[in-house]
Design a protein around this ligand. Structure first.
Ligand SMILES: Cc1cc2nc3c(=O)[nH]c(=O)nc-3n(C[C@H](O)[C@H](O)[C@H](O)COP(=O)(O)OP(=O)(O)OC[C@H]3O[C@@H](n4cnc5c(N)ncnc54)[C@H](O)[C@@H]3O)c2cc1C
Length: 436
């Protein structure tokens, strides 16, 4: 049986960063990364590759030489399937067992598959892996029309990819009453939809897929695709959309079963404390899969962004080599779509905030929403100033990139905005005053 000091399951942002940090602090200990993928690449770069902005070879994270130089063993196309915490053992898909000293689980999330008749037809595609991206580019480059199912981050990546690959008609179908309803207010959503419309992407709300057809009236209920390509999306309201490619982005979930079975506490993700330690000794979690104790907001929190994953990889790695480190950050996630930009900062959850302030207007094409919480109602365990203060806990910023830095700094700095709340809605008020 193989025996390693540091075993890392999942070799992407969190896992690779952790391996690098462990090696920088411990030149001797053995490090093994187990990944079920064939290549190590940056997911963040996949949309750029899909839009022909960068070449395929530019998405890769590290060269084989890097692993050699750092003396980090990389087991590719190998899935961890079982965990025995008492004996410190991980079982792999080929039946081999590895004994670990410290274990980091950094397995990210898997796409949620759409369960509708015909959803196994060819060219109904997802956008999570490099393999997915290769398929999306291939299908999009020969499609006259494309349909995107689900509104949000991935729908924007599909839309920009489809347009960059000359798909003529592009339609996004969302079941919610408006686009990205689970993350944005209605006015922010309108601003985004108008950017999409300007770029030839239509958004239809209140629409759910009923079935996919490969020929008029013919679908597949189960079994292999038999090379049948999707030709039509039929919605529950009876609308029909002819198309050569379908992009599905309806969320991700963490593959928790094998971990929970081993006695590691889970909820939506793998539960950890502020040190990214699970309830089981020597087992850590980091990145998209971790539901960690967030000391800024005083609650368990999951994030889905690259900066968070790498920072958590660093913090967990330090803990694994004996330098226990509290993970504390206010994450922000920014991206562009066509000529638009959007950012999510901190916690943008109405159930957590007490007040949401809107800044900007649909007409100006710029909308920011600022989430405020009164400290008197702050949950136990949260860090911050004592007394009756108001803090910005999060913000969504559409097409006002200059507002991202001061808002992020205000969230991170736990700034008391009690005396400024009335000014925040005024676009003439310079948000830099919050932190200067
Ligand atoms: C198309 C796209 C665009 C994005 N754009 C941005 C962006 O612009 N900015 C941003 O901040 N974030 C972006 N993200 C999100 C970002 O990529 C993720 O937050 C980040 O990759 C999370 O890193 P991670 O290491 O936690 O997990 P992941 O990157 O999901 O990696 C987990 C790895 O573990 C492997 N694995 C899972 N289970 C097992 C197992 N049992 N055994 C072995 N291996 C396993 C997986 O196959 C995967 O390789 C984007 C994501 C996508 C899909």
């Amino acid at each position: 049986m193989r025996n390693v000091d540091y075993l890392i399951v999942g070799g992407s942002a969190a896992g690779t960063t952790a391996a690098e940090v462990i090696r920088s602090r411990n030149g001797e200990g053995s490090i093994t990364i187990v990944t079920d993928e064939e290549e190590e690449y940056s997911r963040v770069l996949l949309p750029f590759y899909s839009r022909n902005k960068i070449k395929r070879e530019q998405v890769f994270l590290k060269t084989p030489d890097w692993y050699k130089q750092k003396n980090i063993e990389l087991l590719k196309k190998t899935k961890a399937t079982g965990l025995n915490c008492a004996d410190h053992l991980i079982t792999l898909s080929d039946g081999e067992e590895i004994q670990y000293g410290k274990l980091l689980i950094s397995i990210g999330g898997r796409v949620i598959r759409l369960d509708a008749a015909g959803s196994q037809l060819e060219n109904i595609l997802y956008f999570r892996t490099l393999e997915d991206t290769d398929k999306v580019i291939k299908a999009a480059s020969s499609a006259k029309a494309g349909v995107i199912v689900g509104g949000g981050l991935i729908s924007l990546d599909f839309a920009t990819c489809f347009k960059a690959n000359n798909v003529g008609e592009v339609t996004i179908l969302v079941k919610e009453p408006y686009f990205w309803a689970n993350r944005l207010g209605p006015d922010s959503s309108k601003v985004m939809v108008s950017v999409l419309a300007k770029n030839g992407v239509k958004v239809l709300t209140g629409e759910e897929v009923e079935r996919f057809e490969f020929e008029q009236g013919r679908t597949l209920f189960k079994g292999p695709t038999l090379n049948n390509k999707v030709a039509t999306v039929v919605t529950k309201s009876g609308k029909r959309f002819e198309c050569g490619v379908v992009g599905v982005g309806i969320g991700i979930k963490v593959d928790l079963e094998w971990i929970a079975k081993a006695g590691v506490k889970t909820n939506r993700g793998i539960l950890t404390n502020e040190y990214l330690e699970t309830n089981v000794k020597d087992v850590y979690a980091a990145g998209d899969c971790a539901e960690f104790a967030d000391v800024i907001f005083g609650r368990q929190h999951m994030m889905g962004n690259w900066a968070n994953a790498t920072s958590q990889g660093q913090a967990a790695a330090k803990g694994m080599v004996g330098e226990r480190t509290i993970y504390e950050t206010a994450s922000s996630y920014s991206d562009s779509f066509f000529e638009g930009t959007y950012s999510f900062i901190g916690v943008t959850d109405m159930a957590f905030a007490d007040e949401v302030i809107s800044r900007g207007s649909v007409e100006s094409g710029k909308m920011t929403q600022i989430y405020i919480k009164t400290i008197g109602r702050w949950p136990r365990g949260a860090s911050g100033p004592e007394g009756n203060t108001k803090r910005i806990v999060g913000a969504t910023v559409i097409n006002s990139a200059g507002e991202v830095a001061p808002l992020t700094a205000a969230v991170k700095g736990k700034v008391d905005v009690s005396f400024l709340v009335d000014k925040l809605a005024d676009t003439n008020f310079d948000l830099n005053q919050l932190v200067n």
